[in-house]
Design a protein around this ligand. Structure first.
Ligand code: CAA
Length: 390
């Protein structure tokens, strides 16, 4: 049975900053951020966007009536959720008007969560071939103003409809994975910004990639030449390149050229959005599929997922014949081109007023946010959302 991704939606807030200007404000060379880190722009979420609205907006553009009827499982992956108890999936389920006879849950393992969700969805569909599953990966990455991780923040969500006979990609086996109890990046319950051992996290990310890539080769006998492209979780886009470079010599010249060229295409969206944690790998996949129109159906694409703490996984996908028609390329180009640049001082002000710290009651200026689905306010500790399209 063929199971995989039938539709992929994406959303990022309408505000961003230019990394050259952030570099000037922080007194570092712009090339450190644009080349050394590999980021050009960074999405900034206004107070009217949280992980629920980002995910709901990503899903809104892709769901039709058949999806709404057949989706019987919503899996929301996040590491910047809004509640320790209630699943963010339930808010999205309601905002999108999905069939009430559905399961809705939230899953967590840092940036790896969306990959766990994709694999859980695959298992669910294998047992229930008539069902569709909505996988959401939505996050706001926050390290703090003037912190070492500041240039690797961002905000956005991906929404994936999974089904049998998918039009974009089938998820193949074997999937190989690795877990180790390490403290490279974490966010204790009392903090709204992440704690990180930056250099250590980079070492672990690369070591996990090498581990799962070796496991994969040993299990399958496949090599770099068998892949059209490898997409990476991209906390900042230089990191995927660093990991790829550690194995690239395994391929002949032509293979190296192809993988490096496709890597460049796979990081274009991430370069102008920033780190979206759970959705980051799937944003990179979207960048590759939407911006490289030459990828042939039947091509194999490897996906490397990494979640600090830490879990890593590598798995292959096969591109399907109708993938080009199933993508939302024009909508994503419009979404990115219609964003508005804000100054570094505006970003700093927004950062300080959008903490996850307690806000018992408040109203927010949804008229300033072009998104269809917004956070309108908080009333007696309950978040209130609006869908302006309804
Ligand atoms: N021109 C070009 N390149 C320059 C430069 C210049 N003028 N100045 C510096 N650089 C390069 C450096 O050589 C370096 O490149 P290499 O890594 O290839 O050597 C790069 O810019 C970064 O420089 P530093 O290492 O000095 O940067 P830093 O000390 O500011 O820290 C960081 C970088 C550790 C990634 C930091 O941004 C951070 O802590 N980020 C958050 C953690 C993170 O993203 N970790 C990734 C793995 S964890 C994960 O994957 C989960 C997740 O999503 C968080």
């Amino acid at each position: 049975m063929k199971i995989g991704m039938d539709k992929i939606g994406f959303y990022t807030p309408h505000l961003y900053i230019d990394m050259n200007k952030l570099a000037l404000a922080r007194n570092v060379k712009p090339e450190k951020l644009t080349i050394g880190i590999g980021q050009e722009k960074m999405a900034v979420p206004p107070i009217t966007q949280d992980t629920v609205t980002l995910a709901a907006n990503a899903a809104l553009e892709i769901l039709d009536e058949d999806d709404k009827e057949k989706i019987d499982f919503v899996i929301f992956a996040t590491e910047s959720g809004i509640d320790f108890s209630k699943a963010a999936a339930i808010y999205v389920h309601h905002l999108l008007g999905l069939n009430p006879n559905a399961r809705s849950i939230e899953v967590k393992e840092a940036c790896y969560g969306a990959t766990a969700a994709v694999q859980i969805a695959k298992g669910h569909i294998a047992l229930n071939p008539e069902s569709k599953v909505l996988v959401l990966g939505s996050d706001i990455s926050r390290y703090g103003l003037n912190s070492p991780g500041e240039a690797t923040q961002g905000a956005g969500a991906v929404a994936i409809v999974m089904s049998v006979n998918p039009r974009i990609l089938t998820i193949e086996g074997p999937s190989v994975y690795h877990t180790e109890d390490v403290m490279d990046f974490w966010r204790p319950l009392y903090s709204d910004t992440a704690f990180v051992q930056g250099k250590y996290s980079v070492e672990l990310y690369i070591a996990f990639f090498q581990n799962v890539w070796k496991q994969y080769k040993d299990r399958t006998g496949l090599e770099l030449k068998d892949f059209e492209a490898i997409c990476f979780h991209l906390p900042y886009t230089k990191l995927g390149l660093k990991a790829l470079r550690t194995v690239i010599d395994e391929g002949m010249d032509e293979v190296q050229k192809r993988l490096l060229a496709n890597f460049e295409i796979s990081r274009r969206y991430n370069k102008v959005v920033g780190n979206i944690y759970t959705g980051s790998l799937y944003l990179s996949l979207l960048s590759l599929l939407e911006l490289n129109t030459d990828i042939e159906p039947g091509s194999r694409i490897g996906l490397f997922s990494y979640g600090s703490g830490a879990v890593g996984e590598f798995f292959p996908c096969i591109v399907q014949p109708q993938y080009r028609e199933a993508l939302y390329k024009a909508q994503h180009a419009k979404l990115l081109s219609e964003r508005r640049e804000i100054s570094i001082s505006e970003y700093e002000e927004i950062f300080q007023t959008t903490s996850l710290a307690e806000v018992p009651s408040a109203r927010f200026p949804i008229e300033k946010d072009p998104a269809a689905i917004c956070l309108a306010g908080v009333n007696e500790h309950k978040r209130e959302y609006v869908n302006k399209v309804n």
